[in-house]
Design a protein around this ligand. Structure first.
Ligand SMILES: [Zn+2]
Length: 272
């Protein structure tokens, strides 16, 4: 199953059909289309943590949320840093003004969040890294995970799923997962030391690695999907996509393409 590109006014989004069709939750990924930022941040930059485009970015959050009918003050996000830190959140996390959180949360690093509170919209951002939206329609629990290659090798994906089971008695076989746009094998080129880290995690990952001119191209989607399925999630419950954030300059922000001077893409999931 694939995520679908849709338009809400000027805003273009990817929606997760496996989650949204249940009528019990909504899940969307942003594209660059529909915001007010310009240049390499343009248009839809959803970045609460970089000061250079904060005013536009705050307005973009309002436009993005309005397009899908949610209140920006319901958004809860963690500051991401390729950790395996996971937190359980609820509506108390919405008490602070969302737009003040860029400063307040600066020392808190969480790459995954879980909630069963239908007043909370979980938000996760990325610019090449993979993001995952999880939904359990039985226990009514949602989660977000941000996983660059370091996060994947830190085990953040299976750890998120385990924590959903530990706290909310989630059965992984019930879970739906939507995967956001990320850097694909065409562009995710690494040197041998990074390649070796993947192989030392699991030598079977060599089937996801192609060598080209002494560099290595890694299929992160292949590896992450394997990690998800090994955690007990059914392959048919996963919605993925073929969008490469680095190749598709018109549609997605990319850290590698802009050498760090980039805007960021966002993703949301909320229980209805
Ligand atoms: Zn590419």
């Amino acid at each position: 199953m694939q995520t679908n590109l849709i338009s809400k006014g000027n805003v273009k989004l990817l929606e997760a059909p496996n989650i949204n069709s249940t009528g019990l939750a909504i899940a969307y990924f942003s594209t660059r289309k529909g915001g007010i930022s310009t240049g390499e941040n343009g248009e839809m930059n959803l970045n609460l943590f970089k000061p250079n485009d904060r005013e536009n970015s705050d307005e973009n959050f309002k436009i993005f949320c309005s397009s899908i009918g949610i209140d920006p003050q319901s958004l809860v996000l963690g500051r991401e840093k390729h950790t395996a830190n996971i937190r359980i959140v609820d509506r108390d996390f919405c008490k602070t003004d969302f737009f003040a959180k860029g400063d307040e949360n600066i020392y808190e690093y969480f790459d995954a969040q879980i909630t069963n509170d239908n007043e909370v919209t979980l938000f996760v951002y990325s610019s090449d890294c993979s993001v995952f939206l999880f939904f359990d329609p039985v226990k009514k629990v949602i989660a977000t995970t941000h996983a660059g290659w370091k996060g994947s090798l830190n085990g953040i994906i299976p750890k998120t799923i385990s924590k959903m089971t530990e706290y909310f008695d989630v059965n992984p076989a019930d879970l739906f997962v939507a995967v956001g746009p990320n850097i694909k094998q065409c562009c995710f080129e690494v040197d041998k030391p990074v390649c070796d880290e993947f192989l030392s995690y699991d030598n079977e990952f060599k089937k996801y690695i192609v060598e080209k001119n002494d560099k290595f191209h890694i299929d992160l989607d292949g590896i992450n999907t394997e990690l998800i399925v090994k955690s007990g999630i059914k392959p048919e419950n996963i919605a993925n996509n073929t969008h490469c954030t680095m190749c598709e300059e018109e549609m997605f922000h990319s850290y590698r393409r802009c050498k760090g001077n980039n805007g960021v893409n966002g993703a949301v999931i909320k229980l209805l």
